[in-house]
Ligand binder design. Structure first.
Ligand code: A3P
Length: 346
């Protein structure tokens, strides 16, 4: 009799323990899936008085990020968003280029930070005359809703090489932070070629080989009229920007390292943006199927970049590559001198 009572007690304890564990797991799941958190108390009451994102408690920012996701998920109206003090802010940092440098990966990885809000689309405000003529309010309207202490970042890689852009951005905000992500110039040129080639193939159009475009058929020298080559002369473009902005306002990201070991590069950007270090190894994991690092927001939600990122490049004649390496070499040296950082490019 005593034994069966003990068994009964043990069973009760087991059931109660299971219930407690289940509830705990459920709570963890709710907190883990930040985008499902409900706004339980007015968000402003959790705000610390701070003017820079670096001074806001990360917990506050995470709550705010969760609320933002929730409002977006439930298709809240603009009025509802404004009621929660969400605003459309001009970017405080822009990824200005370079095309095929890894601009999308950089933006997505920075967006893992709770203080960063990305503009999903390339806006092309400063490089497109028609858009620019629409005025700064049009630009602001294109920005995502965010909380005042968050940093909005947009990326339009064409900005880096477009003549008019530095002056236009300077007129908007002379103290804006500028991010440039670069890759070894010849690899970047081949990546650029691969993207255009894919577009032509999709339209059933014939296209020249990379070698024919990159080398002048008459002189056998590097064809500096070829856009993919010109874009890779980073120093020429940067020097135009330096007429408007001091070098301290730029941060150069190593796009080759962002592919193989992204976290240290992201940490450098967090520092440049005066943000507390928040993106961790947990957020960036290597996906062997994809062959690239992918993003983990929480244990429920992760994603890799689209298939258009990380294309297989065509084989390029070694003699052509060597010619390009020699061609870019002096420009690269100048670039290193200006930015105060060197890369192991040939
Ligand atoms: P390739 O397609 O040549 O490999 P952008 O976004 O500026 O167009 O740059 C595209 C490049 O980003 C790709 O070039 C790819 O190598 C690089 N990249 C960097 N990190 C990546 C990632 N985690 N996933 C996919 N592509 C990434």
């Amino acid at each position: 009799m005593l034994l069966s009572q003990q068994q009964w007690l043990r069973q009760r304890l087991f059931v109660l323990g299971s219930l407690a564990l289940g509830s705990l797991l459920y709570l963890v799941a709710r907190v883990g899936t930040l985008n499902r958190l409900q706004p339980v108390c007015p968000i402003d009451s959790r705000l610390l008085p701070a003017s820079m994102p670096g001074q806001i408690s990360l917990q506050t920012l995470q709550h705010k990020q969760a609320l933002r996701h929730e409002l977006r998920r439930t298709n809240s109206t603009r009025e509802q968003l404004r009621m929660h003090h969400l605003v459309q802010q001009l970017p405080r940092a822009i990824i200005i280029g370079v095309r095929k440098g890894g601009t999308r990966a950089l933006l997505e990885m920075l967006n893992l930070h709770p203080a960063v809000v990305k503009a999903s689309q390339e806006i092309h405000f400063f490089d497109n005359d028609k858009n620019y003529a629409r005025g700064i309010d049009w630009y602001r309207e294109k920005m995502p809703f965010s909380f005042p202490h968050q940093i909005t970042i947009e990326k339009s890689p064409a900005y880096f090489i477009t003549e008019e852009v530095p002056e236009r951005i300077f007129k908007m905000n002379s103290s804006i932070k500028l991010l440039v992500i670069v890759r070894e110039p010849t690899t970047r040129a081949v990546s650029d070629y691969t993207q255009v080639l894919e577009g032509k193939e999709r339209k059933n159009k014939t296209y020249h080989k990379f070698e024919e475009l990159a080398i002048d058929a008459n002189t056998f020298e590097v064809n500096t009229k070829y856009k993919a080559v010109r874009t890779s002369i980073y120093t020429k473009h940067l020097e135009r920007w330096l007429k408007f902005f001091p070098v301290e306002q730029f941060h150069i990201v190593d796009g080759d390292r962002l592919i193989t070991d992204p976290l240290p590069e992201i940490k450098l950007v967090e520092h440049f943006l005066n943000l507390p270090s928040r993106v961790s190894q947990y957020n960036l994991y290597f996906n062997t199927t994809r062959g690239f690092f992918c993003l983990r927001f929480n244990f429920m939600f992760s994603k890799c970049l689209a298939g258009s990122k990380g294309r297989i490049h065509p084989d390029v004649d070694l003699s052509v590559k060597e010619k390009l390496w020699r061609f870019f070499h002096p420009f690269n040296q100048k670039f290193y001198q200006i930015i105060g950082r060197t890369f192991s490019w040939p």
